[in-house]
Ligand binder design. Structure first.
Ligand code: BES
Ligand code: MN
Ligand code: ZN
Length: 505
């Protein structure tokens, strides 16, 4: 992202110049500061609402340019519905809707007054911080390759500053510090997913992760030699057709303090920087989307950054397997048999089922080295999950009901929704191989489930584990109030919440 809008906080004091945003609740009710402004300006707000039959419905806006009786350039009335019923996501979305109307054309600074129409229930610091986070997330653009630089979103007329006025600005500022850490993590994940694969290969990705050491994350990069020494034949088999060397990056955040020997939570990501399918090559239509096949790894990166920035009281380890899946004279062939780090042999019947090969070794490594108390992996693993769930929910698979419920709950509160799909011995049978211990594809049916069964073969029974198939939600997902980007950054807010609510001491 190139030109972020700075967000700051101040006590309520209706400005005289530039752009002002106010909120209106159901029935067109406005708060005290807005009322005072309305009165001073000869009832312009109430009259405009009446004429346009604006009732403060959520998502509706009333846009007044050079409002008479004021020296403002623009007065934007944003419908908020009933603030008293607001959940966290409602605040987030309200911030997003508001931000979408602020292009900066009427001045590069905007002020918003956050107040309810009635004194109770009071708007809290977290509510304001969530509104601000929604505005922050909505303001993201990936325009580093646009050389024209003069459109509304990235030119000199972009919104540069957003001042949020509220009661208790200090508390809101503090609450936003934490929210902003998470927002920056989401933006990092989006940047990585949006970046084309000629720029972001495994080595460049690893380099970007190295930067996290500046904020206290311990980062180790394992190259092909080290991976071979570890016996990671499954992960390495994917990158054999690529000129770009495969990498595994281990990121450790030790924030648990006194409990610093507490077992970590491990988060593991699929980082296929580009997936052609390999020798089992994909059809050309839409193949460009496969630059985003590292969205799981991108989420791990964003999460680790968020945890370290907000100094989360937890020991967390993030592990990403970074490879490129290309067809080549040296590439893995369908029918090849490789040995994973766990010792299991895998018959590669389809080289396009490569994500599970990467994760097989990354998951095994995570367990062997770190003995995690819980382990979650994210992967753009199957097209089949999009067939099953569309792009509203990510698929959730787990060997542990408690972890599954925790994740589902975190999904509900953050709006990054998960839907659990089954695992079981009958599905597991579908990946038995004639020549090796297992094969890397099931059959035509239940493709997301057989992929998850494959992963489970590399998970110890006593480790609470969940697999999130984010193929539908992490890239090219439907645009929302808080995301207009191709790479959505899915999973960062979700896992930050999972950790905050369940694992932080
Ligand atoms: N990266 C793809 C899955 C994918 C597809 C993600 C579409 C996002 C959008 C994965 O590596 C893949 O190719 N999966 C195959 C598995 C099959 C060969 C068993 C698939 O889904 O078709
Ligand atoms: Mn593939
Ligand atoms: Zn893939």
């Amino acid at each position: 992202m190139s030109r972020p809008t700075a967000i700051s906080f101040a006590e309520i004091k209706a400005p005289q110049r530039g752009t002002l945003v106010i909120l209106a609740e159901e029935g067109g009710k406005i708060g005290a500061a807005a009322k005072a402004l309305d009165k001073k300006a000869g009832g312009i707000i109430t009259r405009a609402m009446k004429v346009s039959q604006f009732k403060g419905k959520k998502g509706n806006v009333l846009d007044l340019l050079v409002p008479q009786g004021t020296t403002l350039a623009r007065l934007l009335v944003v419908g908020a519905g009933a603030l008293k019923d607001y959940s966290e996501i409602d605040w987030l979305n309200l911030g997003g809707v508001m931000r979408s109307k602020l292009t900066g054309r009427e001045g590069t600074e905007a002020q918003v007054i956050v107040e309810g129409a009635s004194a109770r229930p009071a708007i809290g610091a977290n509510d304001v911080a969530n509104l601000a986070l929604g505005a922050w997330l909505r303001g993201y653009t990936f325009d580093k390759y646009k050389t024209s630089g003069n459109n509304d979103d990235n030119g000199s007329k972009a919104l540069k500053k957003l001042v949020i006025q509220c009661k208790g600005a200090g508390a809101a500022r503090t609450a936003f510090k934490r929210a902003k850490a998470i927002g920056d993590g989401v933006d990092l994940a989006r940047d990585l997913v949006n970046e084309p694969a000629n720029v972001l290969g495994p080595v460049e990705f690893a380099k970007r992760l190295k930067l996290l050491s500046k904020i206290g994350v311990k980062v180790e990069v394992l190259g092909p030699k080290a991976l071979a020494d570890q016996g990671m034949g499954a992960l390495l088999s994917v990158g054999l057709g690529s000129r770009k060397p495969s990498q595994l990056v281990v990121m450790q955040w030790r924030g648990a303090g006194a409990k610093s020997r507490a077992k970590p939570v491990a988060i593991v990501g699929k980082g296929v920087c580009f997936d052609t399918g390999g020798i089992s090559i994909k059809p050309s239509a839409g193949m460009g989307d496969m630059k985003g096949d590292m969205a799981g790894a991108a989420c791990v990166a964003g999460l680790m950054q968020a945890l370290a920035t907000r100094k989360a009281k937890i020991n967390a380890v993030g592990i990403v397997g970074l490879v490129e899946n290309m067809p080549d004279g040296n590439a893995t062939r369908p029918g090849d048999v490789v040995t994973a780090m766990s010792g299991k042999t895998i018959e590669v019947l389809n080289t396009d089922a490569e994500g599970r090969m990467v994760l097989a070794d990354a998951l095994w490594y995570a367990q062997k080295r770190f003995k995690p108390q819980a382990m979650v992996n994210l992967a753009t693993l199957t097209g089949a999950v999009i067939v099953a769930l569309g792009k509203e929910y990510a698929g959730l698979f787990s060997n542990n009901d408690e972890l599954s419920q925790r994740l589902t709950k975190a999904g509900e509160v953050t709006g990054e929704k998960l839907w659990r799909l089954p695992l079981g011995p009958k599905y597991d049978k579908l990946i038995e191989s004639k020549v090796a211990d297992i094969q890397n594809i099931g059959g035509r049916m239940g493709g997301s489930i057989t992929a998850a069964q494959f992963l489970q073969r590399f998970v110890n029974k006593d480790v609470a584990w969940a697999h999130l198939d984010i193929a539908g939600t992490a890239m090219d997902a439907p645009k929302t109030d808080t995301n207009q980007s191709w790479g959505s950054g899915f999973g960062v807010r979700l896992l930050d919440r999972l950790i905050a609510d369940n694992y932080e001491g």
